[in-house]
Structure formats: structure tokens, C-alpha cells
Write a protein of this length. Structure first.
Length: 187
């Protein structure tokens, strides 16, 4: 990973992240901190309570294993050598769904919101999906996450479904919104 020291985000793929054990260990610790802080503040990342360090390490190890099998992409964003965001997609495992992948997570440190980091991560993950032969990239998001939904629409994703009041966080209910990006040419 190189950084210009200019405050501009630099994205790194899984190969770069796993190229040195110390870099990977620092990434896992920093990723846990970002994810736990975001969930603690109410972010819709799949956890109701902040994940433990072990949960995040296990998740990231699973994603990296899938990357090595050609079934995933993982990206990290750094600003001045500090992790500020991460995202990944995983290929569907059912044989009939193999040309498709789900954009599982994009998480950006709250202090770095509004700097284009989520857009940079998403754009790189989309490019990785194209290179991997993914035909359709899907995702789901909580209906109140207007910033994420706006980002996905601006990148060409379209809504293909919605489950009203499907996500329960305590007594609050939120829609689950499904988006897709068709990467096949001419569609």
C-alpha cells in the first residue's frame, strides 16, 4: 500500500492486504473498530450489537478464503495510512447462481463520511466483479439508509424489491430494500 500523504483515499485489494502478516493483523483490528463503532451508533451492517473482534476476524478470514478461490473481492480504503473503510462481495454458492454475487458490506468510518470513500470502494468492487465475470451484482440495505441507497442508485443499481418493516431493531421496524446492477453487456 502506498499513500501520497495528501489525504486522498487509496484502495487496496485482498492481495495487498494479505501480503504481509502484520498488515493483515492491523487491518483486522482496524476493521473491527470501524464496524463496532458504526453498529454502536446504529448503522445497518447486519449486527444489532457491535461485533466482537473474533466475529470480525472470522468474517474477514472467510472473505479472504473466498477471494483466493475466486469467489469474492475485498477492498480497504486508507487515508494517510489509516483504514477508513472496507467492503466486499461474495459470489453466490449455488451452481445456478454462480455468475452472480452479493455486495455484502461497505462500511466507512463515520469521521470519513462525505469524502467519496464509499463511492471509491463500491466502484472498485464493481470493477472487480466485472473482471471476475459476475453478471449481476445484488445487495440489500435497510430502507432508512438514504445515503447508501442514493450512492447505489448513482452507481447504476436499481431497486428490484422491498420487504416492508422486515428489519427489526428493538421495537423499531425498517424496510429491507433489494438492489441489483446488471453487468452483462447490452442490458
Amino acid at each position: 500500500m502506498t499513500s501520497s500523504g495528501t489525504g486522498e483515499p487509496v484502495t487496496v485489494d485482498a492481495t495487498g492486504l494479505t501480503s504481509h502478516p502484520d498488515l493483515w493483523a492491523r487491518f483486522v483490528v482496524s476493521a473491527h473498530q470501524i464496524l463496532a463503532d458504526l453498529v454502536r451508533s446504529g448503522a445497518a451492517l447486519g449486527w444489532v450489537q457491535p461485533p466482537s473482534p473474533d466475529e470480525v476476524a472470522e468474517l474477514l478470514d472467510h472473505v479472504v478464503s473466498a477471494v483466493h478461490a475466486g469467489d469474492a473481492a475485498l477492498r480497504a480504503a486508507y487515508v494517510d495510512r489509516r483504514l477508513v473503510g472496507l467492503g466486499y462481495w461474495l459470489r453466490y454458492v449455488r451452481p445456478t447462481h454462480r455468475p452472480h454475487a452479493d455486495l455484502e458490506k461497505i462500511a466507512v468510518d463515520a469521521a470519513a463520511h462525505g469524502r467519496g470513500i464509499g463511492r471509491a470502494l463500491a466502484a472498485d468492487l464493481i470493477a472487480d466483479a466485472r473482471r471476475a465475470g459476475i453478471e449481476v451484482l445484488t445487495l440489500d440495505a435497510r430502507g432508512d439508509n438514504s445515503n447508501a441507497l442514493h450512492l447505489y442508485r448513482s452507481l447504476g443499481f436499481s431497486e428490484y424489491g422491498r420487504l416492508p418493516d422486515f428489519v427489526a431493531v428493538g421495537t423499531r421496524r425498517f424496510d429491507k430494500v433489494f438492489y441489483m446492477l446488471d453487468l452483462r453487456t447490452g442490458r
